[in-house]
Design a protein around this ligand. Structure first.
Ligand code: S3P
Length: 166
C-alpha cells in the first residue's frame, strides 16, 4: 500500500491524534501525525516556529511534512488543524480517504478554550473559535470524503463512526 488508509483533518481539539491512535491500533497499522513530524524535524515546538518565523513559514513546513507523510506512510495520518488553509497542502489530499472530524464552536471552547500552548487562541477564545471555524469549515469539507461529528462522542465512538463512514 502506498497511501494512507485514513487521513484525519479537523480543528484543534477535535480528537485527530487520539482517534487516529485508536484507529491505527484497531487496524494494526502505524499512526503518523504531521505536527509531531514537524517538531521532530525542526527540533523545536510549533508555538516557537509560529513566534520565530510566523504562520506562513509554518504552513510551508507543514506542506513538506504532509507531502512526505502521504508519500511514505500506509496507515493513519493526522494533520494539524490549519493544514487545509494551504492550497498546496489541500492539493496533496486529492483522492485520499480524508475524514473531517467536526466540532461545534461551543464544544471547541469547552475542550480547548484558552489554551496558551495553541498559538492561534491566545486571546478571546470564543470569538477566535467562531472566526476560525467560519474560515475553515468549507476547506475541511472540500478535502473530505466523509464528515464525522465529534461533539457528543467519545474517541472510541468517533473511531467507530470513521470506520463506518469510509
Ligand atoms: C494549528 C493546529 C495545530 C498546529 C498548529 C496550528 C491550527 O494542530 O498544527 O498549532 O492552525 O489550527 P492540532 O490541530 O493538531 O492541534
Amino acid at each position: 500500500m502506498s497511501a494512507p488508509l485514513i487521513v484525519l483533518v479537523g480543528p484543534m481539539g477535535s480528537g485527530k491524534t487520539t482517534v487516529g491512535e485508536l484507529l491505527a491500533e484497531r487496524l494494526g497499522v502505524a499512526f503518523r501525525d504531521t505536527d509531531a513530524d514537524i517538531v521532530a524535524a525542526e527540533g523545536r515546538e510549533i508555538s516557537d516556529i509560529f513566534v520565530d518565523e510566523g504562520e506562513a513559514r509554518f504552513r510551508e513546513l507543514e506542506r513538506t511534512a504532509v507531502a512526505a507523510a502521504v508519500a511514505g506512510h500506509p496507515g493513519v495520518l493526522a494533520l494539524g488543524g490549519g493544514a487545509v488553509l494551504d492550497e498546496g497542502t489541500r492539493g496533496l489530499l486529492g483522492g485520499l480517504p480524508v475524514v473531517y472530524l467536526s466540532m461545534e464552536v461551543e464544544e471547541a471552547v469547552r475542550r480547548v478554550g484558552l489554551n496558551q500552548a495553541r498559538p492561534l487562541l491566545a486571546v478571546n477564545p470564543r470569538r477566535q473559535w467562531r472566526e476560525l471555524m467560519d474560515a475553515r469549515r468549507h476547506l475541511y469539507t472540500e478535502v473530505a470524503r466523509a464528515v464525522v461529528a465529534t461533539d457528543d462522542r467519545t474517541p472510541a465512538e468517533v473511531a467507530d463512526a470513521v470506520l463506518d463512514a469510509l
